[in-house]
Design a protein around this ligand. Structure first.
Ligand code: PLP
Length: 404
């Protein structure tokens, strides 16, 4: 029996069975539908991309995996070289892992140990945002503030070493003023908070955060697992404000296979670089630097550059604004658009009940959560396909529950 994610198994609706997928289309025995959420925001090039599929097949013909403990190989070397060139500033040191959650764990461990290595034992607190989501493992749940995980608060009581603030500059300044001696890092999903409700906020907040982190010697971590590779309309938000540690996942491999990376700048790396073995970073996921994942990630980044994906994302944003800006209907609280993300926030989650089935009948796969109906489409989507997705979203509010 399969235990499905985020589901009450007793009342779960039958999931749609996928038998094939190509471009933006998911194929089921009953017909096809556009994947409007890119398989949890990862499939940026669409399904069955010939270049990516070839990269995995060719690597599998050679070898699929060897561990990075005492071994290395060309795919991981090439990917780390590529990331060094592709990522901004001095984010040059790539620590690979198998999922976004683990990569965030690694970032948090790096930040804590960075200070421990310097003998600063009091810096054990993490500053993070309200409504933050950083993954499903224990420390990431703790630094997160997603309401689906509040059971951890109920079970544990107060979080001792995490401070949450809203995305407002006065709250930020106050937190630094009060806690700077105990903070090792400030972790954020920059500009767009995904799983916490597709919340968008202003760049000025991050600029101020960078200043305060510099002023008080606190590490700034950008969790760009969701926002990386163009989703906000920027290649990376790190292109605008440079963090000390950057976490990438989801779209890193074009959604082909799970992999993630924690990228450190020179300052962080130097905090571990020593003759003392006790100052080494003690982490090593079994499948880190997996050769299939690295091969496909490298090709994914090459496609992103060669085929000018930023232009594709600007086109998606323009079309989305044309179709959705100013849209209003009873029950709609707000429409938010940023880059390749659009969210229709409703006043009550109940309003979205049945939407998935409604969209399915119109050839769109959607998965609303909390009060959010949203789309994060593969970047290769055509205008006609994108308009179908957006029209379906709007139609829910005019013809709720009606047959198409
Ligand atoms: C999805 C996500 C993660 C967790 O990634 P997994 O690969 O699911 O472990 C972490 N941070 C953010 C911002 C995410 O959106």
């Amino acid at each position: 029996m399969i235990w499905y994610p985020y589901q009450q198994m007793k009342t779960m609706k039958e999931p749609y069975k996928i038998i094939d997928a190509e471009g933006v289309w998911l194929k089921t025995p009953e017909g096809e539908m556009i994947d409007s959420i890119s398989s949890w925001w990862s499939v940026i090039h669409g399904y069955k991309h010939p270049v990516l599929t070839r990269a995995i097949k060719d690597q599998a013909d050679n070898f699929s995996h060897v561990m990075l403990g005492g071994l290395t190989h060309e795919p991981v070397q090439k990917l780390s070289d590529k990331l060094r060139e592709f990522l901004p500033g001095d984010l040059d040191y790539s620590f690979f892992s198998d999922s976004g959650s683990v990569a965030v764990e690694v970032a948090l461990k790096m930040a804590l140990q960075y200070y421990v290595n310097r003998g600063e034992m009091k810096r054990i607190k993490v500053l993070s945002l309200t409504h933050a989501y950083h993954g499903d493992t224990f420390k990431t749940m703790e630094v997160g503030d997603d309401e689906d995980y509040h059971f951890i608060l109920e079970a544990y009581g107060e979080k001792k070493n995490v401070i949450h603030i809203p995305t407002e500059i006065p709250a930020l300044e106050e937190a630094f003023e009060k806690y700077h001696e105990e903070l090792n890092c400030f972790i954020v999903e920059p500009l767009l908070q995904g799983a916490g409700g597709m919340r968008m906020y202003d760049l000025s907040f991050l600029i101020r955060a960078r200043q305060l982190c510099d002023q008080y010697g606190v590490l700034l971590i950008f969790d760009e697992v969701a926002t990386g590779f163009g989703r906000t309309g920027n290649r990376f938000v790190a292109d605008l404000v440079l963090p000390d540690i950057l976490v990438l996942g989801k779209a890193l491999t074009g959604g082909y296979i799970g992999h993630a990376v924690t990228v450190a700048n020179h300052k962080v790396y130097d905090g571990f670089y020593s003759d003392d073995p006790a100052k080494a970073l003690m982490h090593g996921p079994t499948f880190m630097g997996n050769a299939l994942a690295c091969s496909v990630a490298l090709k994914s980044i090459e496609l992103f550059e060669q085929e000018d994906y930023m232009a594709k994302i600007r086109r998606i944003e323009a079309l989305t604004r044309r179709e959705m800006e100013g849209f209003t209907a009873p029950g709609v609280k707000e429409v938010r658009i940023m880059g390749g993300c659009v969210c229709v926030e409703v006043r009550d989650a109940g309003i979205l009940e049945g939407y998935q089935q409604f969209a399915r009948k119109r050839g769109v796969f959607s998965r609303p959560f909390l009060n959010c109906m949203y789309a994060m489409v593969p970047y290769i989507i055509s205008e006609e396909e994108l308009v179908r997705v957006l029209t379906t979203m709007k139609a829910w509010f005019s013809g709720r529950g009606q047959e198409p």
